[in-house]
Ligand binder design. Sequence first.
Ligand code: F0G
Length: 453
Amino acid sequence: MKTIIEPFRIKAVEPIRMTGREEREAILERAGFNVFLIDANDVLIDLLTDSGTGAMSSEQWAGVMRGDESYAGAKSFHRFYDRVQEMTGFSHILPTHQGRASERILFQVTAGPGMVVPNNNHFDTTRANVEHSGAKPLDLVIDEGQVANSRHPFKGNMNLERLERLFEDVGAERIPLVMLTVTNNSGGGQPVSLENIRAVREICDRHGTPLFLDACRFAENAYFIKEREPGQSNRSVPEIVREMFELSDGATISAKKDGLVNIGGVLLFRDADLAQRARNLLILTEGFPTYGGLAGRDLEAMAQGFTEVLEEDYLHYRIRSVGYLGERLTAGGVQIVEPPGGHAIYIDAAAFCPHIPRDRLPGQAVVCALYRHAGIRAVEIGTLMFGGEGNRPEMELVRLAIPRRVYTQSHIDYVVEAVLDVFDQRDALRPLEIVDAPAQLRHFTARLREVGS
Ligand code: F0G
């Protein structure tokens, strides 16, 4: 059979409230043309993020009922710990409430003023946490990773020459760790190859510097390695995942992605000393090290999620359904970041509406049009998110992030039709300007207005 079906049946449903175009027009205006300020109840298809928005399985919900809520040493912690240890090989395993809590603790115990943290591409909270420590984040993704229509199979790879040069220029003592984001969210959900992780490991070894993974989407990355990397197709996904983690000295994980849960995070260390310092900080702000700011039931759901996410039927469906959206948009003439990423499709907004200059936020114009036309909520990843204070992101993107196990193919077909309709009428898209915004992470709360073109 050529048709790929969702490998699950639906046991509980959540109604979608239908809205009309006029109603959405008023909602958009009230929200200052910022979709973060729109209520979820006013959204038909919510592609704002794949983070914490997935559907849990019946086994995960069963785990929720099994949750042991003891303060210390709960059974649920041990189930979580055993699962993460089996999957990653790490023995210093700290639960946290989400990815950015892991990041804050990691950079507080490793980084500081005068230091530089290289990554393929820092995610926005990772960047902010590096900066919060006083260190400077640096993005060193390969050149192909910054070109929307390049079809390099591992566009998330680190540029090894630039990494090597950085060590020569600033010296290893000022680089507390090297980070690799798998998959590379800010660069289009693109994977990093095993070969690249091994090469970064080798550079780190030569300089005595630890390598950490930002491993939010480790399973999707491993599936791409199995599909695309020479010599990997006969290995199992859990084997590849294990090798990715074994090549690193630690990791931050937002379990809201490939943990298949609505809340949760993990922080992993090889080094016992660092782990102990992190544990002390964890107690200060998150909770005792056997619950880390979560309920016992959340740890149960995570343990089960980390099992289900490695099932190849699930990953095949996941990567194919995102790929399907990408292929339909490409066939309709829309330039996306190619090839399709693991968790999202990224529309090249600069190519979509070339009549809107970058400082007039072409990506946000597309985001507003999708909401107006079809009630779809996407997110701009471009000048609104990363611009300001002299920063200029490489690309103007609009991300359609696909929640895990939530939408069916007809929902995705609706999204395809909406994007292609907006593309047909792209000349009518209006430029935007910022009316009011905070200095940091401005896209979350900024208010905007449409201006004459
Ligand atoms: N690292 C990456 C690569 C991420 O994509 C995210 C979150 C985080 C770290 C932080 O994790 O949200 O649990 O604190 N990304 C979400 C997104 C928010 O929409 O891409 P968190």
